[in-house]
Every structure is written in C-alpha cells, then in structure tokens.
Design a protein around this ligand. Structure first.
Ligand SMILES: [Zn+2]
Ligand SMILES: [Zn+2]
Length: 298
C-alpha cells in the first residue's frame, strides 16, 4: 500500500478501480500480491478454521495537482456460523464480530491477512444478532476501539440478546431452535442513524440504513462492493450449499422494509454483495432473484 500524505487525502475521490483475486478466480495470486502480508503459497481451503479472501479495490484520488491512489482491500473472514469482513484502507474497520467465543479466530484472520490489529479503528455491526455481535465484548476489550451499531439494534448489544426473531418458514423455525438467546453484552459507543461516512476511521466506505432483517440493519458500501449483512443470504443451510445463490434469510423482521432495502441496494448497483452467510453474490444474480417476485422496478 503506498504511503499517502494525510494532507492530500481529503479531496480524493474514488475513480478507477481494479479487482484482483476472487474466491473463484484464484485468490492465491491475491495473496502473492499482498504487500507484507499473507504467507505466500498459503492457499486457504474450506478446511481452515478461518478463510481469508483478499479483494483489492483501488481508489484514485486527486488533490490540487497531486494524483495518487489508495488501495482498499475487502477481506472476508469465514467463521463457524457467519462471515465477518475487514475493510482495509489507511486503517481497518471490522464489520461484524462473529458468534460467541470467536475473538481468537477473528484476530487470527486479521493477522493472516497481514493486518496489524492495532490498525483496526472500529468494530461495526451490520445488525445486532448473536452471530454478528457474539464476540464484540471480548474484541472491544482486546482491541480497545469503539463499537458501532445502528440505534435500533443497540439494545441487542447492550443487553446481549437477539430481540424478537421472526422465522419466515418451517425450516427457519427449526433453525431458530439452534440459535442462542444470549451473548456477552457490551455498551455501543457509536449509534448509527441513517447514513455515516467511514472516512474518519481510515477507510473509503459509507454506511446506509437497510432495515428489514432487523430494525437496525445497515449495509456498508465500499466502491463497487456492498456488505449487506443478513438482508439476504447466499444459498441454503446457512450458506454451506450453493453459497453464491441469492436467497432470503431465515429471519425477517419486516418484509416490506426488507424489500425496500433490497431495492435501495440494487439501485446503487454494487458489483458484488457480501452477506453474513454464504456468498459472495453477484449483482446480476441478486437482481434476477428479486426481480422474479416483482419488487424491482416501478
Ligand atoms: Zn441476523
Ligand atoms: Zn447472521
């Protein structure tokens, strides 16, 4: 990653971008190209406890006569039940904090991705469920960074509980039986409302409000990528089967809000959508999946 003078950063705008290395297009080369990180020749497999996929997003910026580029990376951390993500720019933001007792796995993945844990500036939550905030309290103790969640889901972190879970079908009812009702509580430091820019935390990304799965679900936009949490999921069996096929999540708090949020995301046209379970999903597949039920368009 190039060294960038702080003074020239504020005026930069995302312009050109390039992606190198996807799960299905040989991420080994991405590890090979990673500066100062990743063990070369280390090709993660699904047998690993933690699978780190590295995606490169290049941002060009212009400030006065100075042109430069900041590399942004999006790193997927595959945990036992859910995915967490790292957005790496000048600093790194952790998006979601796994299920209970996964702090070590997450910090192991951070190290494996070549990121210094001290460069993590924020623990952000797509929503407050146990599989996204389960290790937040432990990570906050160890990383000593602020914790952010949407105001509507703040009670979940504060009280260490999921709130009301509404299963959408019989399969979801069965899965609900496996869902722990409590996790270690922690007081959030930042309550997100509608939108929030993450520049202050050293990454070129912004938060938008996408309720429906829970009342306080948010998505993170990073150039042409979107981390959308559980507003949809990949495949079946929690993403284990056909994980790149867009699907409804098991739990939906409010279907009208959910559809409005999916429309909002599709209106932004991210190339790829990164979900809490399974994934990633291609824009075209998500568009087709949800066009079929007539929620896209007028
Ligand atoms: Zn959830
Ligand atoms: Zn989840």
């Amino acid at each position: 990653m190039p060294v960038i003078d702080d003074d020239v950063i504020p005026a930069r705008k995302p312009a050109a971008h390039a992606f190198i290395g996807f799960e299905d297009e040989g991420f080994e080369s991405a590890f090979g190209k990673m500066e100062g990180g990743g063990e070369s020749g280390d090709s993660p497999t699904d047998d690993d406890d933690v699978v780190v996929f590295v995606h490169y997003v290049d941002y060009s910026y212009t400030s006065g006569n100075v042109k430069g580029m900041q590399n942004m990376e999006l790193i997927k951390i595959k945990l036992s039940f859910s995915n967490a993500y790292l957005i790496k720019g000048k600093k790194s933001v952790l998006v979601d904090a796994g299920s209970p007792n996964e702090a070590d796995k997450i910090l192991g993945a951070v190290q494996k991705a070549g990121i210094n844990a001290r460069d993590i500036s924020l623990i952000l939550h797509t929503h407050g469920h146990f599989d996204h905030a389960g290790s937040t309290a432990e990570l906050k103790r160890r990383l000593k960074v602020p914790v952010a969640v949407h105001a509507n889901d703040a009670f979940m972190l504060r009280e260490g509980r999921n709130g009301e879970i509404k299963p959408r079908n019989l399969e979801a009812r069965l899965i609900m039986l496996l869902v722990p009702n409590s996790f270690e509580a922690t007081e959030p430091d930042i309550l997100v409302e509608e939108e929030m820019d993450l520049n202050d935390f050293g990454v070129e990304a912004r938060i938008i409000f996408t309720p429906g799965h829970t009342k306080g679900s948010i998505s993170v936009l990073c150039n042409n990528e979107a981390i959308v949490g559980d507003i949809m999921m990949g495949g079946w069996a929690g993403g284990a089967i056909l994980g790149s096929r867009p699907n409804y999540h098991y739990f939906i708090d409010n279907i009208e809000q959910l559809h409005a949020s999916i429309k909002k995301i599709l209106g932004i046209k991210p190339q790829r959508l990164y979900v809490g379970h399974g994934g990633h999903l291609k824009f075209e597949d998500v568009f087709e999946r949800f066009s079929a039920i007539n929620i896209i368009g007028n």
